[in-house]
Design a protein around this ligand. Structure first.
Ligand code: GRF
Length: 187
């Protein structure tokens, strides 16, 4: 029997995707650390309350290179083999991405390659799209540009607001991310 892949989850906020990844730990993967660039992130409190090892450090004050060096050390110390970004709102440097090449995945709330970056739901509505969704992709140096590993679609409804669409897409994210993470760590 193979051992589960060791995954670090990086968050900046509420961490609902982290929670769904945690709920689906098992034979394929286990979460060895939850790391946040925001020491006050609500998701971090949830991780602590639920017994997950955590690491919190803000780049403010220390600067990006020192921050990333500490993050990298903490992830390796925890034994992480993969990094799953889950609402992590900071761009990782090219150096950091190179160190973990092919081992960082992200969930993005659009059907990539459409709507890279922010405000994805408002942009989908403004464009008159009938379908929106989310993507899990490998992280490369190009923003939201790596190989797409899996996608889920949801309808855009008449009179949708960005908030209503975001909630619908988030539900799809919660179903998609654990499935695709399981697939990629075992492929
Ligand atoms: C999700 O919509 C995710 O796609 C995006 O940021 C949001 C994070 O939500 N990258 P949560 O922190 O997982 O609840």
């Amino acid at each position: 029997m193979t051992t589960p892949a060791k995954v670090a989850v990086l968050i900046s906020g509420r961490g609902s995707n982290m929670q769904t990844l945690a709920a689906h730990q098992g034979d394929a993967y286990e979460i060895v650390v939850v790391a946040s660039d925001k020491p006050t992130a609500p998701g971090l409190s949830w991780a602590i309350a639920n017994g997950l090892p955590t690491f919190a450090l803000s780049p403010k004050g220390v600067g990006k290179p020192a921050y990333e060096a500490s993050l990298d050390a903490a992830l390796r110390e925890a034994g992480a083999e993969w990094i799953a970004l889950a609402g992590y709102m900071r761009l990782l440097s090219d150096d950091f991405v190179a160190k973990w090449r092919g081992r960082i995945v992200n969930i993005h709330p659009s059907l990539l390659p459409k709507y890279k970056g922010l405000e994805t739901h408002a942009r989908a509505i403004a464009a008159g799209d009938a379908v929106a969704g989310c993507s899990v992709h490998l992280v490369t140096e190009e923003l939201d540009g790596g190989e797409v590993l899996g996608q889920a679609e949801v309808p855009v409804l008449p009179d949708d607001t960005p908030e209503a669409l975001a909630a619908r897409v988030l539900e799809a994210e919660h179903a998609l991310y654990p499935r695709v993470l399981r697939e990629v760590v075992t492929r």
